[in-house]
Design a protein around this ligand. Structure first.
Ligand code: AMP
Length: 289
């Protein structure tokens, strides 16, 4: 059994722990999370454990990344259970700050990626969301100073936005992408799955079913984005408990809209299932026929 991780709440405490690890010659990995940990988060932590001498995670329900009217207030919070799970993944320290620690009273600084990357998909439907994400991640990188930070491909656009920020600000951190973790029924693990009733959970399976169908169509020779997106949308819209917000095929690096599957593409979907807004995606490349 790994030792339980230490819980700290201030930036100076984290810095001291990381400085101690560095003085022992250890590299440092960081996994930023909103908490309500699940197997997707744990995959990031295990990867960090494999690659780094010292592993820090943050658990912080970041208010600035929740647009008005979203689920900030009712977002699941369960620090005790989270710390136990983090311990099982070999995490060394859990940074769980209060809002005032991350956003000191009177603060007026944001970090914002601009342009096409943040104007489409979730950026279009969740105004200010990515500005909140990049701001909090810039702060976390500044506080922890990790060699590597781990992000999930489930939040594909977020991963690209973070990479852009790191490139643009010349931050000395390597961003590591970790594949999407799914439950046995295909549903991507997500803290928001806790909002689903049994019937809604069953209905949510349609997202990955539709994405997998698109992959099979591509493997069978289909290249036309409009056909793929229409097929995916039709499957999802046939599920009465699911309300599709978007289904789009975009370039896997720039998120430019694609007419054809050619370069690496990503088919991304967002949908409401009951009270939960769920996202998922699949990477599509033509490959050999
Ligand atoms: P969150 O707590 O939802 O902000 O997620 C924290 C990190 O975990 C982000 O980098 C997410 O992309 C990643 N993550 C969340 N769900 C999954 C999943 N099912 N598979 C892989 N990574 C995930």
């Amino acid at each position: 059994m790994a030792n339980p991780p230490e819980i700290v709440t201030t930036a100076s405490e984290v810095r001291a722990r990381v400085a101690g690890a560095r003085s022992e010659g250890k590299s440092v990995g960081l996994v930023p999370t909103l908490g309500a940990l699940h197997d997707g988060h744990l995959a990031l932590m295990r990867r960090a454990r494999e690659e780094c001498g010292y592993v820090a995670i943050s658990i912080f329900v970041n208010p600035t990344q929740f647009p008005a009217g979203e689920d900030f207030e009712r977002y699941p919070r369960d620090l005790k259970a989270d710390v136990a799970k983090a311990g099982s993944a070999g995490v060394d320290v859990v940074f769980a700050p209060e809002v005032e620690e991350m956003y000191p009273p009177g603060d007026s600084t944001f970090v914002e990626v601009t342009g096409p990357l943040v104007e489409c998909l979730c950026g279009q439907h969740r105004p200010g969301h990515f500005r909140g994400v990049t701001t909090v991640c810039a702060k976390l990188f500044s506080i922890v100073g990790p060699d590597k930070a781990y992000f999930g491909e489930k939040d594909y656009q977020q991963l690209l936005v973070i990479k852009q920020m790191v490139r643009d600000l010349r931050l000395p951190v390597e961003i590591v992408a970790v594949p999407t973790v799914r439950d046995a029924d295909g549903v991507a693990t997500s803290s928001r799955n806790r909002y689903l009733s049994a019937e809604e959970r069953e209905a949510a399976r349609v997202l990955y079913r539709a994405l997998s169908a698109a992959k099979a169509w591509v493997e069978a020779g289909e290249r036309d984005a409009a056909v793929l997106v229409a097929g995916v949308s039709e499957m999802i819209e046939a599920e009465p408990l699911v309300r599709l917000q978007y289904a789009e095929l975009r370039d896997g690096e720039t998120l430019e809209e694609l007419q054809m599957v050619g370069r690496k593409g990503v088919l991304a979907v967002a949908a409401f299932v009951g009270k939960a807004r769920l996202i998922d995606n699949i990477v599509l490349t033509p490959g050999p026929r």
